[in-house]
Design a protein around this ligand. Structure first.
Ligand code: F6P
Length: 343
């Protein structure tokens, strides 16, 4: 018998999380359940920091980016007695189940915690859109719109100055955002973490364009992309987070130096960074978030724990958390190959 549930948002935020929180609250209250927001991701369950949600707290938030309950990259498995503290606080706040909204890390924690008897369901949320079995993760559509708009704007200035414009896009191990944003924004070269790149190939494109009278080139590069033959990614800092990730950044500058040296073109680099994660969600993202939020509540009602609410082949569905977390989402090879024709 469910009486109270908690919502937890963890990892990097994005634009439509609040739309999911709103949907969860509305549907859960129709079943007579209480809903609390767990503050700042797993940190809130380690420290016992929660906020009661009511109709007022979710009114109007469908249009707001960020997350009203806060987020962090806390991993209770890396904190002394972290799991014990999470269990104690779940008991203290009488949470019958938790809905986790996040990427692999956040949903990976609930996957492991369910082995300790904690009841949870997940929702995919990441601009990287790299969660297996879900066509979309909350936030990815808004991020693609941002990338597309920035590429549109950068085209005109690259053209005016006859420059190479390199646009660094988020995506640690997954090039989904760079690929989709790059195709939509008309990038001439798209570089992604899944496929090591070759400077010779990039220069071939620049030269071909020049022959056609196009004296500028726009390159979309995912922050995790690396040249052929190189092992490590380019990092912006040495600090490692609770999940073992370092902050990436700088590949655009490395590419710019090399291309300037080898082509003589002037280059400029734009790092889109957290602009891709903020601001108003698109209509599509709001709808995905709303559908997944409602599905997650109904999964709890039906006793379908340890599962993730997903959009699979266009329909709302649920898959075991273990599958969603441990399987890799394949790169859309067809779109990648097609992107190489468009310069
Ligand atoms: O996981 C989503 C993501 O946006 C990655 O694409 C990026 O590498 C990372 O988060 C950046 O995180 P932070 O907010 O910690 O800088």
């Amino acid at each position: 018998m469910i009486k109270k549930i908690g919502i937890l948002t963890g990892g990097g935020d994005s634009s439509a999380i609040n739309a999911a929180i709103r949907a969860i609250y509305i549907r859960a209250s129709q079943f007579g359940w209480k809903v609390v927001g767990i503050k700042n991701g797993w940190d809130g369950l380690v420290k016992g920091n929660v906020m009661e949600l009511n109709r007022d707290s979710v009114t109007g938030i469908i249009a707001e980016g960020g997350t009203i309950v806060g987020t962090s990259r806390t991993n209770p498995f890396k904190i002394e007695n972290g799991v014990e503290k999470v269990k104690e606080n779940i008991k203290k706040f009488e949470l019958d189940a938790i809905i986790t909204i996040g990427g692999d890390d956040t949903n990976g924690v609930i996957t492991k915690l369910t082995r300790y008897g904690i009841k949870g369901v997940g929702i995919p949320q990441t601009i990287d859109n790299d969660i297996a079995h879900s066509d979309y993760a909350i936030g990815c559509d808004t991020a693609v719109e941002v990338v597309t708009e920035c590429l549109d704007r950068l085209h005109t200035t690259a053209h005016s100055h006859s420059r190479i414009m390199i646009v660094e896009i988020m995506g640690r191990d997954a090039g989904w955002l760079a690929l989709n944003g790059g195709v939509a924004g008309g990038a001439d070269v798209i570089l992604i973490p899944e496929v090591p790149f070759s400077y010779d190939e990039i220069i071939k494109v620049i030269e071909e364009r020049k022959k056609r009278g196009r004296d500028f080139t726009v390159i979309a590069v995912a922050e995790g992309a690396k040249p052929e033959g190189e092992e490590g990614q380019i990092t912006a800092s040495c600090t490692v987070d609770n999940f073992g990730h370092v902050q990436l950044g700088g590949v655009g500058n490395v590419i710019a130096r090399e291309l300037e040296k080898r082509t003589g073109y002037g280059t400029r680099v734009v790092i889109l960074g957290h602009l891709q994660r903020g601001g108003k969600p698109t209509a599509f993202d709001r709808i995905v978030a709303t559908r997944l939020g409602i599905k997650a509540v109904e999964m709890i009602r039906d006793g379908k724990f340890s599962e993730m609410a997903v959009m699979e082949n266009g329909s709302v569905n649920s898959v075991p958390l273990e599958k969603a977390i441990n399987e890799e989402k394949p790169l859309d090879r067809e779109l990648y190959e097609l992107s190489k024709l468009l310069y």
